[in-house]
Design a protein around this ligand. Structure first.
Ligand code: ZN
Length: 108
């Protein structure tokens, strides 16, 4: 039991490390015509970035991301998969603790 509780504690610490996460995907559009595939003729003016995600009601939402924020947003997006992985591990640990508790009780 002690080992399981220790495992849980270390998982919670790692979850804290990845708590700055974003869900969704980052796409880019032309900053002039606002299209993924630029229709502007002449010099391209650069890309504008946005994060699209689904809210609780499964409605697609868009948040614009400045070029300066792009590296941070990408890092936060990759934190999400780590977060999910850790959540799965936490779930498995909780199941093990639940089983162990039941076993300890039946030994009374
Ligand atoms: Zn364009």
């Amino acid at each position: 039991m002690k080992a399981l509780l220790h495992k849980k504690k270390s998982l919670l610490q790692r979850i804290d490390d990845y708590s700055e996460f974003l869900r969704g995907s980052i796409t880019s559009v032309c900053s002039t015509c606002n299209r993924a595939n630029c229709i502007c003729t002449g010099k391209p003016t650069g890309r504008a970035y946005r994060l699209t995600y689904k809210d609780k009601q499964q409605k697609t939402r868009t948040v614009y991301i400045s070029n300066a924020q792009l590296p941070e947003a990408r890092r936060m997006l990759s934190n999400y998969s780590k977060m999910r992985d850790l959540m799965d591990k936490l779930f498995e640990t909780n199941i093990d603790i639940l089983k162990k508790k039941a076993k300890l009780k039946s030994n009374d």
